[in-house]
Ligand binder design. Structure first.
Ligand code: F3S
Length: 400
């Protein structure tokens, strides 16, 4: 790779061991993917935060890197942790887990990272602009930034996003290049998409077909598409496949701006969503856990949930997961939701928290990504459907 003098100095260890380690990771990645040089980044977002996934080996890796003097030089935020950092007791999480989780977050904080612990940092101030080069690692956020905001990031791993944050640059390959942002799969959606869960079911169907292709959607019957619906679509495509960028005709910025479809792109038509619902749903009846907010819930979603829970009491455990800053800014909505017995949970989510240890067996959710991962990552049977149905299940304890 062609490095600038400063990048070469970093690699040679002239700016310290912490930066040298970061540059070694980035150069190795660049060489694997055939990057010619590095591109400066304006923002980073780091996954690999939950102690459930990191364990002691991951924690020691971070502490060691921090001890070598590693510090981030661009605005950098963290993915969800394994526990609500302030309110872990209310979730039933053990003191031992919470203590280890805090050590992980402290290691990141010592490197200068903002401990915002959310998969939706674009809602709370880490919001890159159109055309910015960034290094993000949460797959749903990668999809949102590339597709809805028009920023440019590959789907980084936790260590490579952290390395980029420390060095301030990332190898220029993949989705940093114009050529790789063109659509390679055209999707005509003939059915109407009524609920967020419909976007998740569509995301599952296309994620399975697309793999790493770039879909270009024509949503003929759905002229008004909400940003929360796009978040669900992108998150589920990233979970069911490896989609990191998509375009929606007349909606997303690059679809509007360029002719983004390759002439040889494959074309498919989606007539209904049955395949997606069948794959994400099960036949469980008793619901002991309802989880909403994947990706982390927006204020609009909190409003909708509060309205549905008004005057009701829940039988199942209910987590509404969101960013702490959204929770802090939600005013009376949190109290309105929690009057029902549901919890508004910050910093964590239904997948990266140690759910197995909390004893839940069957989860209801309206989130396609959570429904993809819950059976394998959390050993939960999963019911999948619209928000109203999930709230009804929370109240009755049954999926009817
Ligand atoms: Fe976020 Fe957890 Fe879903 S990290 S996208 S809420 S699986």
């Amino acid at each position: 790779m062609k490095l600038t003098k400063e990048e070469q100095d970093m690699l040679d260890g002239k700016l310290g061991e912490g930066i040298q380690k970061a540059m070694e990771i980035l150069v190795a990645l660049g060489e694997i993917y055939g990057a010619r040089d590095m591109v400066p980044i304006t923002s980073s977002q780091v996954s690999g935060v939950s102690y459930k996934n990191l364990g002691d080996a991951g924690l020691e890796f971070l502490q060691d890197w921090a001890a070598k003097g590693a510090r981030v030089i661009v605005p950098t935020t963290l993915n969800p942790a394994g526990a609500d950092i302030e309110n872990w007791k209310a979730l039933g999480i053990s003191e031992e887990f919470a203590k280890k989780q805090k050590e992980v977050v402290d290691a990141y904080v010592s490197m200068g990272i903002t401990p915002s612990c959310t998969c939706a940092p674009y809602m709370i101030g880490n919001a890159p602009k159109y055309g910015d080069h960034i290094a993000w690692s949460e797959s749903s956020a990668v999809s949102y930034e590339n597709s809805v905001m028009g920023a440019r990031t590959n789907r980084e791993g936790g260590p490579s996003a952290l390395a980029a944050a420390i060095a301030g640059c990332t190898p220029r390959y993949g989705l940093h290049l114009d050529a790789n942002r063109k659509a390679s799969l055209v999707v005509n959606v003939e059915c109407e998409l009524k609920d967020h869960a419909d976007y998740g079911a569509l995301g599952y169907i296309i994620g399975k077909r697309a793999g790493t292709k770039v879909p270009y959607f024509y949503l003929e019957k759905n002229k008004k598409v909400l940003s929360d619906q796009l978040r669900t679509l992108g998150a589920t495509m990233a979970a069911a496949g490896s989609v990191a960028l998509y375009h929606v005709d007349g909606v997303t910025p690059e679809a509007k701006r360029y002719n983004m479809v390759l002439s040889y792109a494959e074309r498919i038509t989606v007539k209904d969503l049955k395949e997606g619902y069948d794959a994400l749903d099960s036949d469980a009846k008793d619901i002991d856990y309802v989880a909403i907010g994947c990706p982390h819930a927006s204020l609009d979603e909190l409003r909708e949930i509060a309205a549905l829970l008004k005057g009701k009491k829940v039988k199942s455990a209910v987590w509404i997961t969101t960013a702490r800053k959204i929770k802090d800014n939600a005013g009376p909505l949190v109290e309105e939701i929690e009057k029902s017995g549901a919890l508004v949970v910050a910093d964590t989510c239904m997948i990266v928290a140690p759910i197995e240890e909390l004893g839940y067996k069957t989860m209801a959710t309206n989130a396609g990504k959570a429904a993809c991962y819950a059976p394998s990552h959390c050993k939960l049977s999963t019911r999948y459907g619209p928000l109203k149905k999930c709230i009804d299940a929370a109240v009755s304890g049954r999926w009817e």
